[in-house]
Every structure is written in C-alpha cells, then in structure tokens.
Design a protein around this ligand. Structure first.
Ligand SMILES: Cc1cc2nc3c(=O)[nH]c(=O)nc-3n(C[C@H](O)[C@H](O)[C@H](O)COP(=O)(O)OP(=O)(O)OC[C@H]3O[C@@H](n4cnc5c(N)ncnc54)[C@H](O)[C@@H]3O)c2cc1C
Length: 357
C-alpha cells in the first residue's frame, strides 16, 4: 500500500489546487485521476475574474497569464435569437478569461507536481474506507491521514462515503463542442436562451470557439440540431455530454474524508463560477488541513473548513441560485422575457456580483 499524508481524488482545478498548497507546505501528497492528462472537460472555459486573487495569493499570476487565452470584453444575452442585452466590462471590472480546460487543468496539475505532489494518471478510484483512510484504485491501494474528494459532480468519493444526498430528478444535460471560430466572432461571451435550455458561446483561441449547452433532455437530445437553429452552417462536431446539472449539496465530511469543489457542491453553469468555487474551496480545505497537521487536531481543522466553505457560498451564490431558478424552466423565462425586459441597470448589478474581482 502506498502511504501519503493526503490522498486527493481528482486532478481538476480543485484537486490540483489543494495538492499544490499542501505539497508546497511539505506534505506528502498523492494526486489521483482516472484520466490521462491533458484531458477535455465539459465547460464554457471562462475563468471568473475572482480567481485573480487566488493566483496572486499563490504567486501564480505570471504563469496563469502565460497560458494561451482570450480576455472576455463583455457579454450578450439573447432570448430565442432576439438580442436583449450587450454588456461591456468596464475598468476596474475585468471580464472572465477564456482558457481551454485541457490547458488550464494540465497547467495546474503540473504546478502541483512541481511543488512536490506525486501525480498518478489513469488511476481510477474504485473504493474508499473513510474510517481507515484507504483508497482502492485500478493501480493499487493508497492510504492517507486525510483524503480529499475532488472528483467532480458525480463524485464516487461522496457516494461511497454516504455524503451524497438522495438523487433528485434532473432532466437537464450539459453538452460541449469545440468549433472553428468564425472570423467575425468578437471577444464577448454570447449567451443564448431558448425554450429547451441555453448555451454560451465564446472564442478561446484565435481559431477555436467553445459552445457549452444545457438542454432539457425530455425535449431534445440533439445539441447540434439546436445549435444549428442559431448557426445554420455549424459543422458536425463531437459533443461531450455531462449530467446532472443540479443536485443538492453533499455533506462535507465522513471519517478522514473531506469534499472540495464540485464533489461537495455544484452551481448553475450559466454564471461561469464553478472553477472559482472549486479553487476557493480547495484553498480553504488545504489551509485548514495544514492547521490540522500542525496541531494534530483534524476535528477543529474540519470545523474551520466547514465554516469558511459555508461563508464562501452564502456571500455570493444567491445570484447563481436566482439564475438556476430562471433556467430550470427556460420556457417560462423565455415567455416572461417576451413580455418584460429587466432594466439594464439590474443586469449590470447582477453581472458585477458575478464578476466581482
Ligand atoms: C456546461 C457547463 C459549462 C461550464 N462552464 C463553466 C465556465 O465557463 N466557468 C467555470 O468556472 N465553470 C464552468 N463550469 C463548471 C466547472 O466545469 C466545474 O465547476 C469545475 O470543473 C469543477 O472542478 P473540480 O476540480 O471540482 O471537478 P472536475 O473539474 O470535474 O474534476 C474532477 C476530476 O476527477 C476525476 N475523477 C472523477 N472520478 C474519478 C475516479 N473515480 N477516480 C479518479 N479520478 C476521478 C476526473 O477525471 C476529473 O479530472 C461548467 C460546467 C458545465 C456543466
């Protein structure tokens, strides 16, 4: 059995961020992921400007800035093809930065390795004993003082440890495709709302754009058909699929296991805040864990993590919750938007809350 201080399941933004902070502090960290990196991921590729303070805090601003990217200058919102708003991010506000997820996640994973974390790709976790702190994987067993579940919205860690709430029916499914960026596509995020769901569309490199879509699977399972309603010339693409979109938050702890990122709580993709929440919760968990190691008191350490985790979401998730309410039944929202158009000042206010830097 391979023994470490901390075993981290999942090398997405939250797992790699936690690995980086813990390894920098001298902890022996095993970072496990079932995928070979770099790997693709269903995402709109937009990193919320709130993440800048995290890069600054960790001295990663320069390295993050060096990743291939596009700076988003604003957003548009359309309902059934009709333009409702065009919003420009004005200084001191910054827009999100679009970076391909395979690039972002591979960079963070490499930063964690440079800090001393051991990375185990193509290592699928199949079982967990939270009381003993052991993890069974396709590449053998691991043990740790602490296990962080950072394995995303369908977290096996949460399910195996009994932390996942009972499944709620969620008919919405996410789809994502990379497409050649049309020459006239600007650097705004283009959000389209329609009766079956919504999609966001943005350029993330000189030649490529990403479409990420959330569809009611009862109405259609064909993202290309829907996308062609708005872009008739869209070529055939491979679409990645993911669900559920919405689920209740998981409990954060069982035995030696703590959850971070999407495994603990998912937010509505519309506002592009999931990566920020993943990075932030990983940072909070890693800081609390380091205090736990220093004082040999993981009970108090977890209480600190749970308290800060709750506060982080309470402070800013309300806009996302409002969006989720509007988007869970998009046909109702589209009908409403035919009759009333919320004032631009309200849209600016909400945007400022989402893109707080
Ligand atoms: C349609 C859509 C669009 C989105 N757009 C945006 C956006 O523009 N901006 C934004 O900030 N957020 C966006 N999000 C949310 C964002 O993708 C997530 O919040 C973010 O990826 C969470 O990071 P994470 O590290 O917690 O989990 P993940 O990124 O999901 O990483 C989990 C990792 O765990 C690994 N794993 C899973 N199971 C196992 C196992 N059994 N054994 C080993 N490894 C395992 C996976 O391979 C993966 O690498 C979007 C989400 C959706 C669905």
């Amino acid at each position: 059995m391979s023994s470490h201080d901390v075993i981290i399941v999942g090398a997405g933004p939250s797992g790699s961020m936690a690995a980086l902070v813990l390894a920098r502090a001298g902890r022996r960290v095993a970072l496990l992921d079932r995928a070979a990196f770099p790997r693709a991921k269903v995402c709109g590729n937009c990193i919320n400007p709130s993440a800048w303070k995290i890069w600054e805090h960790l001295g990663l601003t320069e390295a993050f800035s060096a990743l291939p990217h596009r700076e988003m200058t604003g957003f548009t919102l359309r309902s059934e093809g009709r333009l409702l708003y065009r919003h420009t991010f004005r200084p001191p506000r910054r827009g999100p930065r679009a970076v391909a997820r395979d690039v972002l996640d591979d960079w963070l994973r490499r930063e964690a390795e440079s800090a001393g974390a051991e990375f185990f790709p193509e290592t699928t976790v199949t079982g967990i004993d939270p009381a003993a702190g052991t993890v069974q994987t396709s590449a053998g067993a691991f043990s740790g003082e602490l296990i962080l579940g950072a394995d995303g919205r369908n977290s096996l860690v949460a399910r195996q440890c009994g932390l996942m709430p009972p499944p709620r029916r969620c008919h919405r499914v996410a789809w994502q495709a990379t497409i050649p960026a049309p020459a006239d596509l600007d650097d705004a995020i283009h959000m389209h709302l329609f009766e079956e769901g919504y999609f966001g569309y943005c350029r993330y490199s000189p030649t490529e754009a990403v479409i990420s879509m959330v569809l009611d699977a009862r109405r259609t399972q064909n993202p290309l058909w829907l996308a062609r309603r708005f872009f008739p010339d869209l070529p055939e693409q491979d679409w990645l699929r993911m669900n559920p979109i919405t689920r209740a938050p998981a409990r954060l702890k069982a035995g030696r296991v703590w959850l971070v990122g999407d495994s603990a709580r998912v937010v509505e993709p519309f506002t592009g805040e999931g990566i920020y929440f993943g990075l932030s919760t990983a940072l909070l968990a890693a800081d609390a864990a380091l205090a736990g190691f220093a004082q040999n008191d993981f009970k108090a350490a977890f209480q600190t993590y749970a308290h800060r985790h709750g506060r982080l979401y309470r402070r800013r998730v309300w806009v996302n919750t409002l969006m989720r309410w509007a988007l869970e039944t998009p046909s109702r929202t589209v009908r409403l938007l035919r009759k009333i158009k919320p004032a631009p000042a309200l849209v600016s206010f909400l945007s400022d809350r989402i893109h707080a830097s």
